[in-house]
Design a protein around this ligand. Structure first.
Ligand code: RAT
Ligand code: ZN
Length: 434
């Protein structure tokens, strides 16, 4: 069992890029380095091509992203029940008309679609989607994926893989899906949040579990996780938790977390990702778009990081009000890695605030962003937005440092950007060793 946590240990580069930059050179150097460094996207909902239809891509999927569906119902008289009865093409047409033709697409998610169209040289102001549809239909998926990764400046994405998803599990059981650029993450929401509806699935597969998760159940859940580890070779285990999550409360989920999941993570040397603060189905008629946010009690994190010092916790919080506490806890616990500006946090104004604060409090010992992309081409706009927002923040940090007496070199900038957007993830997940 590991008792130490991966630390970065890169001495200041001596040779390449060793001259101290003038203040005016800092910002172009930061932009260059950000553009030239391929990032690792540690949380997405994308799938490797071998998963077939589970992998979403193309204009109709982009336009019907649930972030846009939520906006659509504010700008259209269409009721959710009517919308969900439409075909995908009709849904995309309706959203395009309401949000891109009848209104100006100034929101973050609508601008994202515009940016993707522009990136492929397509018109951004057409009254319909015909041109875009023709373009995407003409692409062959493997080549398109390579092009998209290149345009997004990413080298690897981590998927979200649920062994109890009735559509996804058979794909894993029917063959290998190892892909160097699409790595797995073992998602535990069904086990940890809805044991009542899922324990029988494990039981039917031969695991000796019961409704109360008593007796051998925790050991059997471990056996289930080991089996899925072998199948998926995941980078981490993961769960999204509600704002009401509290550890240590007497719940089935906490029992399984402490007695099955965390011991398995220790044994397998895997981090666990906790995404905390979702208010699931605040408005169920909106389906995937119906979740909201609530402030969580982060004493849970303190309790977990202290009680389980040999587990590594990758943590993202959904509420803006929890961001500061997360930084403070990361200063207290080196087994805690804050990551990403998740979902409702992924807007430039908030990303800017959170990232500035994290640099001020944690230096480069955090993972600034993940895309959460559900549709392949979203990585293009999401990562371009991240680079655009982070560039002035990093430049400003270096300018302040220079004014305070320590000039920076291009080599310093490269080391920092690599650590933030690659090696914190690589070392924390042991990406290259699995
Ligand atoms: O951002 C999203 O798309 C959300 O719907 C969630 O999927 C969230 O990111 C999660 O992983 O639970
Ligand atoms: Zn997600």
């Amino acid at each position: 069992m590991k008792t130490t946590f991966p630390k970065q240990d890169s001495p200041r580069p001596e040779s390449a890029g060793a001259e101290v930059l003038e203040i005016a050179q800092i910002s172009p150097a930061v932009e260059d380095v950000l553009a030239a460094t391929p990032f690792i996207d540690i949380h997405t909902h994308l799938f490797a091509p071998s998963f077939g239809k589970l992998g979403l891509w193309g204009i109709d999927e982009l336009v019907t992203y649930h972030y846009l569906e939520a906006e659509f119902f504010r700008s259209s008289h269409t009721q959710p029940e009517e919308y969900f009865a439409l075909s995908k093409t009709q849904q995309a047409n309706a959203i395009w008309r309401a949000l891109f033709v009848e209104n100006t697409p100034v929101s973050e998610s609508t601008r994202g679609v515009v940016a993707v169209l522009k990136a492929f040289g397509l018109s951004t102001d057409r009254s319909d989607l015909a041109e875009a549809r023709a373009f995407f239909q003409a692409q062959s998926l493997d080549a398109h994926i390579r092009r998209v990764f290149d345009m997004a400046g990413i080298s690897v994405v981590v998927m979200t893989n649920d062994p109890l998803d009735p559509e996804e599990a058979p794909a894993w059981l029917n063959g290998s899906h190892q892909h160097p650029q699409f790595r797995a993450a073992l998602r535990l929401d069904r086990i940890l949040k809805n044991w009542a509806a899922n324990w029988q699935v494990l039981a039917a597969q031969g695991y000796k579990v019961d409704a109360q998760a008593s007796g051998k159940s925790a050991a059997e859940v471990q056996r289930f996780l080991f089996d899925w580890y072998e199948r998926m070779r995941p980078m981490y285990m993961a769960v999204s938790l509600p704002d009401t999550f509290f550890y240590p409360a007497e719940t089935l989920g906490n029992h399984l977390l402490a007695e099955a999941v965390l011991p398995s993570c220790r044994e397998l040397d895997l981090p666990i990702s906790l995404m905390i603060g979702v208010r699931l189905q605040a408005n169920p008629v909106l389906r995937l778009a119906g979740d909201a946010v609530g402030r969580a009690d982060l004493h849970s994190l303190e309790n977990l990081c202290r009680t389980f010092p040999n587990n590594r916790f990758l943590v993202s919080v959904l509420s803006r009000e929890n961001q500061h506490e997360l930084c403070v806890y990361a200063r207290k616990f080196s087994n805690l890695m804050p990551f990403g500006c998740w979902w409702f946090m992924n807007n430039p104004s908030i990303v800017e605030e959170i990232t500035r604060e994290r640099i001020e409090m944690l230096g480069t010992s955090f993972i600034p962003q993940h895309s959460d992309a559900r549709v392949l081409e979203q990585v293009i706009y999401k990562w371009s937005n991240t680079r655009r927002t982070v560039a002035p923040i990093l430049s400003n940090a270096y300018r302040l440092l220079a004014e305070d007496g320590r000039g920076v070199t291009r080599g310093d900038i490269q080391r920092d950007v690599t650590r933030l957007f690659r090696s914190n993830a690589e070392t924390w997940m042991n990406l290259n060793g699995r």
